[in-house]
Structures are given as C-alpha cells and as structure tokens.
Design a protein. Structure first.
Length: 345
C-alpha cells in the first residue's frame, strides 16, 4: 500500500472542510445581498405590500439556501467518512507492516522490560523496548499463552502455607507473621536480569514487594511489607530476615521470572511507538519513521539483497521489488536506499 495515500487523504479532508466553510460563507453572503436589495427597494417603495413580499421571498430564499447548505454538509460528511475509513485501513496496514518489521528484531535492543498487571479483565502483559537511535516501542503479549497468568495468581498457588515474618519478636503468633497464601500478584516486571513482583492482599491495603536479582555477579532477594500505615524492610532487618524461609520464596519468584521471559515471543499487537521522543501513532509520522528504519539498516539490506537470488522467496530481490512497487513515492525512496529496481504500479 502507498504510505503517501494516507497523507493525501488527510489533505483531501482538510480541503473538503475548507471548501464547505467557503460555501457557507457564500450562501450567507447571498442571503445578505437579498436583504440589502430589499432594504434599498423599500427606501423608494413605502407600500405595506412590500413587507409581505419581502417576507415571502426571504422565507423562500432562506429555506432554499438552507437546504443547499444542508446538502453540501451531508455530501461532505459522507465523503470525509469514506476517506477516514480508507485512512484507517491504510493506518492499520502500515502499523501491521511496522509490527512485522520490529518483530524481526532488526533494531538492536538496548533494554527490554516485560510487565504484567492485574486488571478487571485479567492479566495484561506488555513488553517495552528501548532500541538504537532513540526508537522505543511496546507490544501487548498474549497472557493466555502462559497458564500461570490465565487466572488470578495467588501466592498459595505457587507455594502453600507461606508466612512472612513482620515483627522482630520471635513469637509464633498472628501478630509476628503475615500469611500470604491469599495475596495475589497485582503487578510484576522483569528488566535487566531483575524481577520486581508485588503481591497484594484482597482484603486491605497490605502488600508484599519482592525484588530478585538474577545477575551474573550477584544473586539476591529483598522483601518489603507495607499495609498503608507502616513499611517494614524485612530483608534489611537482621532480627527478622533470619526467620524467612528464603528457598520457599525463591521458587515462586523463579517461576514468575521465567514465565515472563517466555512471554516475549507471544506478541499480539504494537500499541506504542516513538522515535526521538515523537509519538509516531499520535502524529501519524509513518513515512518518516519507515525511512529512518531503512536508512539505519540500508547497508545490511544492500548486502543481503546483493547476495540473494531472484527465486529466493519472499525476501528475495524480485519479491522486495514487487512489494516496493505498491508503496508509491516512499517505495521509490526505499528502493534507492537498498539498491533495487523500482517500477511504480
């Protein structure tokens, strides 16, 4: 599809709006001229019949020109609706193509953060990427791909009868421990070898925050308890931390960590895209972004295409040339960048 068509349709909509505005102004001016004619006529003809004639004529004029104004408006609305539908199709196709391009992992990724959050409709999982040349993008992932996130995840589903010490006293009482079996995973994220997982109480504001590092140099877990009134750094308190069963905490966190990493290959939809802090989706700067991507990778693409054969499938020279021929002016620009022929259809 021609990326330039989106911009052309956008420009056409603005022209239609401007034309309608001018038409409305001309209609209003025409009504004003009829009023001026009667005003001048009545300066010389002071018969009451003139007033009746003016009313009849102006009622007819206002009705006819009002109908004309409505007809123009309806025709323009229909045309704009048609153009917007085309634009939406073009936009959807363009985003799908960009999504496919980004899914090929051609852009070097400097940082990846995978996040899961519990919502009214279940878990929503996203992966956010910070890439080279200030390109950032976010995908929604398919939560149903991992059974662990198919329904609300309580800590007791991972490890039963788990208690967290929250008091420096060593008495085995309800005041000294917090039972977290019913606590559910409200949100978690994995980034740069670290996991942050928050389990929340379904009854009150209490929550347990786990931070686990899986770095090559060090491996540690920190735990914090809060209930809206106080915050207890459990692993930072020597009197409390010695009573934690770390192994029983480690396994559930490892499972969440591994499940989130596996989710990265379950991309469903590209929902955010920025380049140099410019929101591509909001500004519809698709052409500029696509050109930037091809400029970034033009050398690699030239080398790959130069070594490819005519019959080498969907990424061969011939297939690429055919696809670019459908992309309008942008196709020509890309063709020159990567060294292939371009024949506009």
């Amino acid at each position: 599809m021609s990326i330039g068509e989106y911009k052309k349709n956008e420009d056409e909509i603005e022209k239609i709006k401007a034309s309608e505005k001018k038409s409305t102004e001309r209609i209003n001016n025409l009504i004003g001229k009829f009023n001026d004619l009667f005003r001048a006529f009545k300066e010389h003809e002071r018969n009451h019949a003139v007033d009746y004639a003016e009313k009849d004529i102006m009622d007819s004029v206002n009705k006819s020109l009002g109908n004309l104004r409505s007809t123009i408006k309806i025709e323009n609305e229909n045309r704009i609706f048609e153009l917007k539908n085309r634009m939406e199709v073009d936009r959807t196709n363009t985003i799908a193509n960009i999504q496919a391009f980004l899914s090929m992992n051609i852009i070097s990724e400097l940082d990846v953060t995978i996040t899961v959050k519990y919502t009214e409709t279940g878990y929503r999982i996203t992966s956010r990427y910070v890439g080279e040349n200030e390109v950032e993008y976010t995908f929604v992932l398919d939560a149903k791909n991992q059974e662990i996130f198919s329904e609300i995840l309580r800590f007791g589903h991972l490890e039963k009868n788990m208690r967290i010490p929250i008091s420096e006293t060593s008495f085995d009482s309800d005041q000294d421990y917090e039972k977290i079996d019913r606590y559910y995973l409200s949100n978690a994220s994995v980034s740069k070898g670290s996991l942050v997982a928050i389990f929340s109480s379904p009854e009150n504001d209490a929550k347990i925050t786990f931070v686990m590092s899986r770095g090559n140099i060090s491996h540690f877990i920190t735990i914090e308890y809060s209930n809206g009134k106080k915050v207890i750094d459990i692993t930072g308190n020597s009197a409390i931390v010695k009573r934690i069963e770390v192994d029983r905490v480690q396994e559930p966190l490892d499972r969440i960590y591994g499940s989130l990493l596996e989710m990265e290959n379950c991309r469903v939809k590209l929902i955010e895209l920025t380049s140099n802090n410019v929101d591509i989706f909001r500004n519809n700067d698709f052409e500029e972004f696509i050109m930037k991507m091809f400029q970034m990778k033009s050398k690699e693409l030239r080398e790959s295409i130069a070594n490819s054969q005519e019959s080498s499938g969907q990424y061969g020279r011939k297939a690429i040339e055919e696809k670019l021929s459908l992309c309008g002016e942008v196709g020509g620009k890309i063709a020159r960048l990567i060294g292939v022929n371009y024949e506009k259809e």
